[in-house]
Design a protein around this ligand. Structure first.
Ligand SMILES: [Zn+2]
Length: 407
């Protein structure tokens, strides 16, 4: 390990070079006005080959709106001593738009190195993961040391816009790439000390409530059925009722309870003196994973009937988006190996966490593949002046190399 760590420590310039080249190639999804990931992927393929990582496979998801008509997913392998399982490190090629230009101190698409940091769109999310995983693999290749586990660097498309052309597509079309017992690390999220390992997420439901009453003059409410009023009551009843019924606590999560938050509201009547006959609002529900989408929706339906009776309205509930995912067990090998690596390399005692929102990890967990999300990041992602700390790229690479080398 000493040699490997020394090699990684000597890679600072290489890390900056890679970040600079990657940042030059904005891999924006066509759905946000970009061309996709092809240019960035072709550069990466070329760079990896030049540096001796030449076992590459590409799986292109067809997308007529993207450059070349494809969204590329690239795998780079370094053979290990053990035939199985493989150690996957999955990072994503795409980035989010720069956002408001005036808020940036430097050009978002030009990586700028200063004070031990690199600034630019994508340098943290998720190029830090891309670069640190490459350095980990490169150490074995350059030093001609065979890792214990076969390292599979997986660079996916379309993480920021739903993964339909990325990991979701890969699992639907190339499921056999992944074997039982494979270990997956997703360096796309974490904390500044590298101490949290994410293994679970809450059940997500985006609920739409469409209330239909009847319109009337505001001076004569008795002639109408106020959909806004009924909807407002439904908001309060849903929040109280669901949180009371699904009241479990789980300290893996922050907050440790299920949340029910009304969010978006559609416009109803344009004027103040009309009672609306129609009302639409949405609720963002993030329940602990011990609860299913079905049981939460059924309870929401039950609550809805009470409001319908009281106000004489009709309410249609629907799930706009919903997802429940498996958790990775706290005892799974990848959790233990990552904890051991963090302790050895960073001197950090890790703790397990669950999160409120939907990550790419869920796609893999749903297939029964143990997956952890971890990296050492300041969480400047998606913000203007996104940056990464160069030291973190190198130390994360060491943690990854340590996992690949564990007996
Ligand atoms: Zn990301």
């Amino acid at each position: 390990m000493r040699k490997i760590f020394e090699f990684i420590d000597s890679c600072e310039d290489l890390a900056v070079e890679l970040q600079t080249e990657l940042t030059k190639r904005p891999a924006l999804s066509p759905s946000v006005g970009g061309e996709g990931e092809l240019d960035k992927c072709l550069f990466l393929e070329d760079w990896l080959r030049k540096h001796g990582i030449d076992n590459l496979e590409r799986y292109d998801a067809p997308d007529p709106n993207a450059k070349g008509g494809v969204r590329p997913n690239l795998i780079a392998s370094v053979a290990g001593k053990k035939a199985a399982p493989c150690f996957w490190i999955m990072s994503h090629l795409d980035v989010v738009p720069a956002g408001e230009a005036a808020l940036w101190n430097t050009d978002p698409w030009t990586a700028v190195k200063k004070d031990g940091r690199i600034a630019g769109r994508g340098v943290e999310d998720d190029q830090q993961g891309i670069v640190s995983s490459i350095l980990a693999a490169l150490a074995f290749v350059k030093l001609k040391i065979q890792p214990e586990y076969t390292i599979k660097l997986l660079f996916i498309a379309d993480e920021e816009c739903g993964s339909a052309f990325g990991i979701d597509w890969l699992l639907k079309n190339k499921r056999s790439l992944f074997k039982d017992g494979d270990l997956v690390l997703v360096p796309d999220g974490g904390d500044p000390a590298g101490e949290t390992i994410e293994i679970a997420e809450k059940t997500l439901i985006w609920l739409k409530a469409h209330t239909k009453g009847s319109q009337a003059h505001a001076a004569h409410p008795e002639h109408g059925r106020n959909a806004c009023l009924a909807g407002a009551d439904l908001i309060l009843r849903l929040r109280k009722g669901l949180m009371e019924k699904f009241s479990a606590r789980d300290n893996l999560f922050e907050p440790d309870y299920s949340t029910v938050e009304p969010t978006k509201k559609e416009a109803n009547v344009p004027n103040i003196n009309t009672i609306p006959g129609d009302d639409v609002f949405y609720v963002d529900i993030r329940a602990l994973p011990c609860y299913t989408k079905r049981e939460i929706f059924d309870e929401a339906e039950r609550i809805k009937h009470g409001v319908e009776r009281e106000y004489g309205v009709e309410i249609e509930l629907s799930i706009v988006e919903g997802h429940e995912s498996q958790s990775t067990s706290a005892d799974s090998p990848i959790v233990k190996m990552l904890s051991a690596a963090c302790k050895q390399v960073l001197g950090v005692k890790t703790r397990l966490v669950g999160i409120g929102g939907n990550t790419v990890g869920a796609f893999l967990r749903d297939e029964g593949i143990d997956t952890v999300v971890w990296s050492t990041v300041d969480c400047s992602l998606h913000q203007p002046n996104e940056y990464c700390i160069i030291k973190n790229i190198l130390s994360d690479a060491k943690v990854m190399a340590h996992i690949a080398a564990q007996k």
